[in-house]
Design a protein around this ligand. Structure first.
Ligand code: PAF
Length: 284
């Protein structure tokens, strides 16, 4: 059973002692309601570090006023069990009042990258992510931090944050874990009705189609996006928020793919009130 720490000072003291004892610390930041995708991140941290800290914190700063902060699924006892089974030594689960106490006024903006794709649909989201990740790094003092490729833009934002602020932490990125029918694992899948869950497999089929078309030589983004739209709209009731073909490093939208070596095809689709995201990288 992992140790549960809820207090910031206690976490910082313990992390400091681990470092003094020459232990490498790996952190896996999560918002809890853990699934197999998170467990894969924890196992990777276990493989690469002496002490594994899994953080469980539903970060209010990364939710918009009309978003699902209140109904976001939470189950700390279950998370502690699951995190332990995957090799976590410490679960750090602070409350919002200690992370953002009264008078809190410091935020981290990763400019430009935070206002495209997900950032365009969710203003302020990446400010919340960059701020809490910076705080979690300062509290858990990790040598390495493990994130999932499922949140592709988050990965680019955090890599940029680490580079620009010279944070002394190595980032380890783990491929997306998928259900048997290809749906990317996500805590938000729990919101889907049985019908929506079945239809949601169209998202990955559309991404696989894009992958195939790009590898066959298609270079016009509008054609790729049009064909993906046909798959999603034809095979599901999902309402497309965006489908994007962008440069994988800069997130710049690409009308034509020529001259780019890392392509990020990403999408966000709504099923009722549930917004799902997914992506694939294609290397040319
Ligand atoms: O990916 C997530 O679950 C969250 O965005 C993160 C990185 C834990 C920050 O709250």
């Amino acid at each position: 059973m992992p140790q549960l720490i809820e207090n910031i000072n206690e976490m910082q003291d313990l992390a400091g002692r681990e470092r003094q004892d020459a232990k490498t610390i790996g952190v896996v930041p999560t918002m809890g309601f853990l699934h197999e995708g998170h467990l894969k991140l924890i196992r990777e941290a276990r493989r690469l570090s002496d002490t594994v800290i899994t953080t469980v914190f539903v970060n209010p700063a990364q939710f918009g006023p009309a978003e699902d902060f209140d109904r976001y699924p939470r189950n700390l006892p279950r998370d502690i069990d699951l995190a332990g089974s995957a090799g976590t030594d410490i679960v750090f689960a602070p409350d919002a009042a200690s992370i953002y106490p009264p008078g809190y006024c410091t935020y981290v903006d990763v400019t430009q990258l935070d206002s495209v794709l997900e950032g365009k649909s969710r203003p302020g989201h990446f400010r919340g992510v960059a701020t809490v990740v910076t705080k979690l790094f300062n509290i858990t003092k990790p040598h390495l931090a493990v994130f999932g490729q499922k949140d592709a833009q988050q990965v680019v934002v955090i890599k940029t944050l680490v580079r620009d602020l010279n944070l002394d932490v190595e980032l380890v990125i783990v491929p997306t874990v998928r259900e048997k029918d290809g749906l990317a694992m996500s805590s938000r899948n729990a919101y889907l009705t049985a019908e929506q869950r079945r239809e949601a497999s169209a998202l990955y089929r559309s991404l696989q189609h894009a992958d195939r078309r790009i590898r066959e030589g298609e270079r016009q983004a509008t054609r790729i996006i049009g064909e993906m739209t046909d798959i999603i709209s034809g095979q599901s009731s999902g309402v497309i928020d965006y489908i994007s073909v962008a440069d994988g490093a800069t997130l710049e939208e690409l009308p034509a793919l020529n001259g780019h070596s890392e392509i990020l095809v990403s999408l966000a689709v709504r099923f009722g009130n549930t917004r799902l995201i997914d992506n694939i990288h294609v290397s040319l």
